[in-house]
Design a protein around this ligand. Sequence first.
Ligand SMILES: NC(=O)c1ccc[n+]([C@@H]2O[C@H](COP(=O)([O-])OP(=O)(O)OC[C@H]3O[C@@H](n4cnc5c(N)ncnc54)[C@H](O)[C@@H]3O)[C@@H](O)[C@H]2O)c1
Length: 372
Amino acid sequence: MQLGLGLIGSGFMGRTHAFAFNNVNRVFDLPVKVQPVMLADANETLAARAAGALGFGESTGDWRRLVTDPRVHIVSITAPNVLHKEMALAAIEAGKHVYCEKPLAPGASDAEEMTRAAEARGVVTAVGFNYLKNPMMRLAREIIDSGEIGEIRAFSAIHAEDYMMDSEAPWTWRLDPAGGGGALADLGSHLIAAARYLVGPVAEVCGEVATLVPTRPDAPGSARRVPVEVEDVGRAFLHFENGCNGVLEANWLAGGRKMRQDFEITGSKGSIAYCGERMNELELYVASGQSGRAGFRKILSGPANEPYGAFCVAPGHQLGFNDLKAIEARDLLRAIAGEETGHADFREGLAVQRTLEAIYRSAESRSWETVG
Ligand SMILES: NC(=O)c1ccc[n+]([C@@H]2O[C@H](COP(=O)([O-])OP(=O)(O)OC[C@H]3O[C@@H](n4cnc5c(N)ncnc54)[C@H](O)[C@@H]3O)[C@@H](O)[C@H]2O)c1
């Protein structure tokens, strides 16, 4: 089966989607072959420049033309969050499969509308929780499921970066309250997806948010400052449905941290620990009686950790961020071919959104809130 790809947006994520789809049929043997057809961006000039660079034959400054083009069968949405819903609903209505970046939508009700529309139309969906595609993440889940570290007692996670640390960094769409939130929506959504993947659904939360840079220049180099209405830091205590407890922090002011997406899961017989700046490693601690020999051991990613071997035959040579996107694209294509992949679809994006929204509700009410 040959399907055409339409890509909306060509920024950070647009480029990674293009790399992923340009590589996915070279790395994996799949029943679906993808052909980049059209790229849409905010205007014709941006779109034409990006289309040429990223391998798309056509470009448009009007994303609506892309979603209704009969040669486009899969629509990748990598535009700012506030646009996801309108774009996804139009693509779904046109009968297209949709791969949308996270967070799925500004709010849970938006995400629900998108999920219902996709399910009613029978199209396949995916949300960009690419870190779940790391073979080390899959290994972590296998270790948990096997009982090797015993009964899971606690989950702790942080996603800290420093791209908003400079208080002179100007306003961007990431600070648009209509987009649904700040650091928690941007980074915390990945942590919630990881928490759900590794431990299970979250039942209730107790959250707090803080805006530590109250105003920013309205444009690069501008003297005019505008108020910041979303959080720079968000934290939450979590009660999982299975009785496990946890904690998470999302922070985009964390000086020196570039990709501190770290988690630790402790069980009755051992623990696992992961650090996003060393994404090809997983640390495993299994309690043993050997005095003086206890400690974490480091597992390095390799061909034994599927699908590392599709990219590289040598262990320890390391996968990268763009490879995770190619794995995500693989799962979307397999799902389109009717295979069961268990990938994060819109329904999973909705569950993450509900958890996120409960944290914001809790920060507002200053009390524990149930995840709807
Ligand atoms: N999965 C991840 O790890 C990850 C990482 C970063 C960002 N994201 C998500 O990806 C999305 C985009 O983030 P980014 O960092 O790539 O942003 P970006 O600002 O780099 O790129 C956004 C793109 O959207 C385009 N755009 C804006 N308005 C448009 C319109 N009306 N029509 C068509 N195109 C339009 C912009 O011109 C730009 O090309 C966000 O939802 C973000 O949360 C996901």
